[in-house]
Design a protein around this ligand. Structure first.
Ligand SMILES: NC(=O)c1ccc[n+]([C@@H]2O[C@H](COP(=O)([O-])OP(=O)(O)OC[C@H]3O[C@@H](n4cnc5c(N)ncnc54)[C@H](OP(=O)(O)O)[C@@H]3O)[C@@H](O)[C@H]2O)c1
Length: 296
């Protein structure tokens, strides 16, 4: 199958391209720089330029692009950039796909667990749960809505709502590992908040599933079936690294250090991947221990 991927140079995109290619798919990488390889085609979300000729015959398009949420402190200006980079690029791509002589069967456009808000306590959240409040929840709703031109043209639009993606070389473990390796890591706040992680390996498998299976459409939580408290996650990580788990990080210190983005670490989101399960997807790493082991 021919598959186009935007945002392919990132943490998930790099692994996805490798996963698609090793499964025998032909991948066109939509890149924002001048193409440097035969499988790259340039697009410019700001100018609304999409290389339609290179997308001929593409059966699936995956869009993972957007400025990294953890790149900077969430000032008002940065929040605008986070929002704009996702909504603009999604609108441009979704609209462009409708102009292809043969439209792709499926458009898989990233979303995030932030859809459910910063903090939902112990509530079990599946795809039927309503959106939450706050910046990320509004961003994710706008992001999902931005793909509407593709749905209106009968392209099956899937919104993978990623949890904390944990894998080697980046993602959620990147800032934690150096501290835990030094024996300095501990839980955040009171540690009772739920985290909904997923291994990078299963994240890529889930994206491939949405691309390959006919009939998938709508939101899909991409989180392991067993959410875990932050305290338990920290305990498992310290144990796997054979380090004592020391120094819990108080909530106010995190707020001081990273500002509003601390809500991602201190808030409780207990998410389950109901729709992936119903569609027949099985996780290789269903719980935090397996996820951490795979990443280490
Ligand atoms: N990793 C996680 O735990 C996680 C959790 C929830 C949601 N997500 C979402 O899933 C998507 C992929 O995550 P990731 O961890 O792979 O992100 P990432 O490593 O930050 O990569 C995102 C990619 O987006 C592209 N990009 C950067 N700035 C852009 C802009 N202004 N306009 C359009 N594209 C831009 C870049 O690719 P090019 O330079 O090739 O265009 C970049 O490599 C992101 O949208 C992220 O918000 C990730």
């Amino acid at each position: 199958m021919r598959v186009a991927v935007a945002g392919s140079s990132g943490f998930i995109g790099t692994a996805l391209v490798a996963g698609l290619e090793s499964a025998g798919h032909e991948v066109i990488r939509l890149v924002r720089h001048a193409p440097a390889a035969a499988n790259e085609a340039q697009w410019d979300p700001e100018q609304g330029a999409v290389p339609l000729a290179r997308l001929a015959g593409v059966e699936a398009v995956v869009h993972l692009g957007g400025i990294n949420v953890g790149a900077r402190r969430w000032t008002r200006r940065f929040k605008k950039q986070l929002h704009h980079s996702r909504i603009r690029s999604t609108t441009v791509l979704a609209s462009a796909l409708t102009g292809l002589a043969t439209r792709p069967r499926v458009f898989v456009c990233a979303s995030a667990m932030g859809y459910y808000g910063p903090d939902r306590g112990r509530e079990l959240l599946d795809e039927e749960s309503g959106p939450g409040d706050g910046f990320l929840a509004r961003l994710c709703q706008d992001w999902e809505h931005a793909a509407a031109p593709a749905s209106a043209a009968d392209i099956a639009v899937c919104h993978p709502r990623f949890g904390l993606v944990v894998g080697p070389g980046g993602g959620a473990l990147k800032p934690l590992l150096p501290l835990f390796r030094l024996g300095l890591g501990g839980h955040f706040g009171n540690g009772e908040q739920f985290w909904s992680p997923v291994s990078l390996h299963d994240c890529v498998r889930a994206l491939r599933f949405l691309v390959e299976q006919h009939g998938c459409v709508g939101p899909y939580n991409v989180t392991a079936p067993e959410p875990v408290t932050n305290g338990e996650f920290s305990r498992l990580l310290a144990a796997e690294l054979h380090r004592p788990r020391l120094l819990p990080v108080p909530g106010f210190a995190l707020q001081l250090a990273v500002g509003e983005a601390s809500s991602e670490l201190l808030g409780s989101l207990r998410i389950v991947p109901t729709r992936l399960g119903e569609a027949g997807f099985e996780f290789d790493h269903p719980d935090a221990r397996a996820i951490i082991r795979a990443a280490l």
